[in-house]
Design a protein around this ligand. Structure first.
Ligand code: NDP
Length: 282
């Protein structure tokens, strides 16, 4: 039976350490502060923003939420980002995604100051990541790599499959895993014969947002299985992986909840502190 990759426990360990760093900064009069712009009423987004705020408070970081109406214009959001870029007290700026249709997310990302790009989604920071420069790391991939490190899961020479190619998960995770010398296949909805890739994978990361996508028959015996997906099925929170059956075949597996989710939030806090320290020459 697979051993559990306990993201919740690791996130707490890392948060306790980070709290100490924040204490030192605060003693020197530096208050880590980041701003989250949330446009519209997406209930999941509102929940994520609140979860981040709670975690930030625990660590001593300040999070300021800008809740904007669903019909906010792109121009107004861009003006807000410019204002936050110019505020020396603000060390991180992020836009909670998804954004409503009238907003071109790329335009927002191009406006965020890369030095305050706590999500690592500006074009320059995405490019830097592919060049091996970890100026800032997107939170979910960063948390997953921290988990591999903590549990001693070696990536070098391994065949890894990531299901999903989004800018926030699949693509940056592929950059980080190939940097650790894994051979990475990035699967998506147009992949022909996904079973072929999954069956041969030593490591499977699923970030598709489809409950029961990864079943035991699809994976190799002893594979490491990381479940990023968040799905609501009959009022229950589940991932992409059929946990009960896959855990019997995997060597390591993340639960949902309590796996990647807490690490994502914690890694975001790590990035806020990283940007705060850098802005203050630390
Ligand atoms: P997106 O919707 O942006 O991307 C989903 C990706 O999965 C796309 O590339 C899509 O392919 C691919 N995909 C969807 N279904 C299949 C399938 N059946 N087979 C192969 N590929 C498929 O989602 P995100 O990356 O933003 O999020 C993915 C999931 O992870 C969601 O459930 C989200 O809630 C969760 N999430 C969890 C986090 C955490 O901390 N635990 C953090 C971030 C996200 P295509 O490109 O062809 O459309």
């Amino acid at each position: 039976m697979g051993k559990i990759l306990n993201g919740k426990e690791l996130a707490k360990l890392r948060a306790d350490k980070l709290k100490e760093t924040v204490k030192i900064l605060k003693n020197d009069g530096i208050q880590p502060l980041f701003c989250v712009i949330n446009i519209g009423d997406n209930p999941a987004s509102k929940l994520y923003v609140r979860t981040k705020k709670r975690q930030a408070e625990r660590i001593g970081i300040e999070e300021k939420i800008y809740q904007l109406p669903n019909d906010e214009t792109e121009e107004d959001v861009i003006n807000l980002i410019k204002k936050l870029n110019a505020d020396p007290k603000v060390y991180g700026v992020m836009v909670q995604l998804p954004a409503p249709e009238q907003i071109n997310v790329n335009h927002l990302m191009e406006t965020i100051d890369p030095a305050k790009d706590v999500d690592g989604l500006t074009p320059s920071n995405m490019g830097r990541l592919w060049q091996g420069d970890h100026f800032v790391e997107p939170a979910t991939p960063s948390g997953i790599i921290a988990m591999f490190d903590h549990y001693g899961i070696e990536l070098a020479g391994k065949d890894a499959v990531i299901v999903g190619r989004s800018n926030i998960v699949g693509k940056p995770l592929a950059a980080l895993m190939q940097e650790r010398n894994a051979t990475v296949s990035l699967l998506h909805t147009k992949t022909q014969n996904p079973e072929y890739y999954l069956k041969n994978a030593d490591i499977v990361v699923s970030a598709a947002g489809q409950a029961n996508l990864i079943t035991a028959d699809k994976i190799k015996e002893g594979a490491v299985v990381v479940d990023v997906g968040i799905n609501h099925v009959n009022g229950k929170l589940v991932g992409d992986v059929a946990f009960d059956e896959v855990k019997e075949k995997a060597s390591w597996i993340t639960p949902v909840p309590g796996g990647v989710g807490p690490l994502t939030v914690e890694s975001l806090m790590e990035q806020v502190v990283k940007l705060t320290r850098r802005a203050n020459g630390r």
